[in-house]
Write a protein that binds this ligand. Structure first.
Ligand SMILES: *[C@@H]1O[C@H](CO)[C@@H](O)[C@H](O)[C@H]1NC(C)=O
Ligand SMILES: *[C@@H]1O[C@H](CO)[C@@H](O)[C@H](O)[C@H]1NC(C)=O
Length: 355
């Protein structure tokens, strides 16, 4: 009994300490700008990220899919981009509640998740990032955005949305490999297209480039939250070697590590705001990255398609007037932002649904 009580005291003390460090870390450092982690917003964004895994394009485009509910209800897609050739998917749309344009990228669907994760161990830093000396990335991460249908599709939609909505927030999100694409996209939008104040939130994102790339990235897209979860393997990959920190992969900040502290049947979820180094040794790096399961669930939301190993695309006939396909079969579904208000009114007016 006494033992139990002392254990409980230790736990409370531990929680107290975490509480203290939590509130200290939330205070802005003098003269240093860094993004403030917003738990409510992160939980909304993870739902937006889950929806991009839907393979039924009709339900996704009309935002009627089973995941297009809850906190994302009422979202309007402006453009849905499906790179069939490379099995990639992204959307751009307008979130009225957040008064923001959201760009979301899906993670890889090409292999089984196990294979894909194992491949990550061997990714070499093999491409000089074009805009800055010494910065290196893996060509696969770079090309998935820069050398596919995603880039022209996203740029076109973001420009149309900006023109229509004016100076509203732009939030770029992605899970897993999609997180890498989200970061590379945000950098492109900032550096090449002069879009300011972009916010990025990624979930279970792998490392993308070396330390020079990480610091270049942070300079241009400081408003970035990189959420990691428990023992999720992917943020540990490709590996970081402490003793060769200039030569290996290096994360950019700011990590927020989600984990649980348990005492018997009591479990306390903790959200640790990590330091500005990108490689805070007291965050996810303090544990083994040995879980695929922790990679697929963030904030209790499932971030995967119904089936791996497929790039299945389901598309009904209703969408033909929104659809363009290129000669390799890639699909872009697009609507005029100006039609959104009209659509919203029509649907709520006579009860007819868009599909
Ligand atoms: C966090 O995000 C939510 C949802 O966007 C917003 O309503 C709330 O004001 C934000 N909180 C802070 C402290 O910025
Ligand atoms: C872009 O992709 C094409 C084919 O998908 C490939 O042949 C080409 O080498 C890639 N470009 C770069 C810069 O990697």
């Amino acid at each position: 009994m006494i033992m139990e009580r002392s254990k409980l005291l230790t736990l409370l003390l531990l929680l107290g300490l975490i509480g203290v460090s939590f509130s200290i870390e939330l205070k802005p450092e003098h003269g240093v700008h860094f993004p403030v982690y917003n738990h409510t917003l992160a939980k909304i964004l993870v739902e937006y990220n889950a929806a991009v895994y839907e393979s039924d394009l009709t339900e996704l485009f009309t935002w009627t899919c089973s995941r297009c509910n809850g906190m994302t209800k009422g979202f309007e897609i402006i453009e849905l981009i499906v790179d069939v050739q490379h099995c990639l998917q992204a959307y751009v749309g307008f979130a009225k509640d957040l008064n923001a344009i959201i760009v979301a990228f899906r993670g890889t669907q090409e292999h089984s998740i196990q294979n894909w994760v194992e491949d990550l161990y061997w990714k070499q830093l093999d491409l000089n990032y074009p805009d800055t000396p010494d910065a290196m990335v893996h060509h696969g991460f770079y090309n998935a955005y820069h050398n596919t249908t995603l880039r022209p599709g996203v740029l076109d939609a973001v420009k149309r949305a900006k023109k229509f909505f004016g100076e509203i927030d732009l939030i770029v999100i992605g899970h897993s490999m999609g997180g890498a694409m989200a970061a590379i996209c945000a950098l492109d939008l900032t550096v090449h297209h002069g879009i300011k104040n972009i916010q990025v939130t990624t979930f279970g994102q792998p490392r993308i480039g070396n330390a020079a790339f990480a610091s270049y990235y942070s300079q241009f897209v400081p408003n970035t939250i990189r959420v990691t979860h428990e023992h999720d393997m992917v943020p540990h990959l490709p590996p970081y070697y402490r003793y060769f920190s200039q030569k290996t992969y290096h994360h950019f900040p700011r990590e927020v590590w989600l984990y649980n502290i348990g005492y018997g049947s009591l479990i306390y979820p903790v959200e640790k705001i990590c330091d500005c180094s990108g490689e805070d040794p007291s965050c996810s790096r303090s544990v083994m990255g040995n879980s695929v399961l922790d990679h697929l669930v963030y904030y209790g939301v499932n971030l995967q398609a119904e089936s791996w190993n497929s790039c299945r695309i389901v598309s009904g006939p209703h969408l033909s007037r929104y659809t363009t396909a290129d000669n390799t079969g890639n699909i872009i579904l697009s609507k005029d932002p100006g039609s959104i208000l009209h659509l919203v009114n029509a649907v709520s007016g006579d009860g007819a649904s868009a599909s």
